[in-house]
Design a protein around this ligand. Structure first.
Ligand code: NAD
Ligand code: ZN
Length: 353
């Protein structure tokens, strides 16, 4: 068990049961609720119930998937908390991926003006990214995460074994955030990442811990996304546009797949704009192309991508905002690039995949 201590809560990485039991004993909550979806109910909940015996958990199940991450589902969750007589001394344990963590955390933070919650992330993406940083919320009127709050959990329990039942595609998608964390802030980690040739053979704990440290460090310095936290946006300006468009086609991309494409294009921008060495650009491109099944985008889509980028909430004064890497392991925020440069970067991406 590894413990990462933050100012107001701990992240526990490893088999969580002993720590969870002593945490629950110490807190002495009046009741315990667990939020799951149908997949984490099948694959993760039995482990929790078997290993934390003698405690009464009331189960709240919602349907899986981003399409259910909205205020209507929150009403169901709040309703079940009411029906189960949750009070401000109760606990909500969010057992699932980023959807469960973001929405369950939001419901807990707002129920009766706030009850305690803990995150038990079960996807690779939520273990290295979504479960820390305190951002909670839901999608509203087709805008992702547009209603929410900042609030920290009481604890995060990262159990890498949960990844075993996750699909290859979901695992690979979460891996993109690990790559991103290496590229923006941990050169040694990026070197280790490049040695991975088979994602089925990876000991994820070895990669989750350094990755969590990167996110933790960045979030600690900038909890409310005023500046440095934008570093986490590397690959996401172009990646989100690609993801947003792909979701409306018959070839939807998982978040991490779109971010992988975004990181190729934004590494090109980093080369043009921020001094990233050509050799490093080639290494990043080669690794991402070999790891992900990417495909080229028609040039007719470029204006659509550019329009989507212009709507990004991180822009200021109408310029498209990027976080770029001058070298592997370093990052510069608030870099703006022209439309021509972005088109060149998309051309570069197309030529590689
Ligand atoms: N709060 C943040 O800072 C932050 C950061 C990044 C992403 N996010 C959010 O996270 C969400 C994406 O998270 P995600 O990728 O974890 O998606 P997800 O929660 O939808 O999970 C992906 C799929 O895997 C299934 N699943 C989860 N754990 C499993 C397991 N152990 N075995 C088998 N199946 C399992 C789920 O049921 C779901 O079908 C998005 O809504 C995004 O906005 C939030
Ligand atoms: Zn991401």
């Amino acid at each position: 068990m590894q413990i990462i201590e933050l100012s107001d809560y701990n992240i526990y990485v490893g088999e969580p049961w002993a720590e969870l039991i002593s945490f629950l004993r110490e807190k002495d909550y009046s009741s315990h609720f667990v939020l799951v979806d149908e997949n984490t109910r099948t694959h993760c909940l039995p482990l929790l119930l078997d290993n934390v015996p003698g405690l009464d958990f009331q189960i709240i199940e919602i349907a899986s998937g981003e399409i259910h991450k909205h205020i209507g589902t929150c009403q169901t969750i709040w309703g079940e908390l009411m029906a189960g007589k949750a009070d401000r001394q109760s606990l909500l344990l969010n057992l699932g991926g980023g959807v469960i963590g973001d929405m369950g955390g939001f419901c807990a933070a707002t129920f009766k003006r706030g009850m305690d919650f803990v995150q038990m992330p079960t996807t690779l993406l939520s273990q290295v990214d979504a479960s820390i940083g305190g951002k909670l919320g839901v999608d509203f009127q087709q805008v992702k995460n547009s209603v929410g709050v900042f609030r920290n959990p009481q604890a995060v329990f990262v159990y890498p074994d949960f990844i075993k039942t996750l699909s290859f595609e979901e695992t690979r998608s979460g891996f993109a955030e690990i790559i991103k964390h290496g590229l923006i802030a941990d050169h040694a980690e990026w070197q280790k990442i490049q040695k991975i040739s088979d994602l089925n053979q990876v000991n994820w704990t070895e990669f989750i811990i350094p990755s969590l440290h990167v996110k933790e460090r960045i979030v600690k310095e900038d909890p409310f996304e005023k500046g440095l936290r934008k570093a986490l946006n590397f690959g996401h300006t172009i990646g989100h546009a690609i993801e947003g468009h792909a979701l409306e086609t018959d070839r939807p991309l998982l978040h991490g797949e779109a971010i992988a494409a975004g990181m190729i294009a934004e590494s090109f921008l980093s080369h043009k704009h921020a001094g990233l060495a050509e050799k490093t650009l080639e290494q990043i491109t080669e690794f991402l192309v070999n790891t992900y099944d990417l495909y080229p985008f028609g040039k007719d889509l470029f204006p659509i991508f550019l329009n989507l980028m212009e709507q990004d909430k991180k822009n200021e004064k109408g310029l498209i905002n990027f976080s770029l890497i001058p070298a592997a392991g370093e990052v510069l925020v608030n870099q703006t690039c022209s439309r021509e440069e972005i088109v060149e970067a998309l051309d570069y991406l197309n030529a590689q995949v």
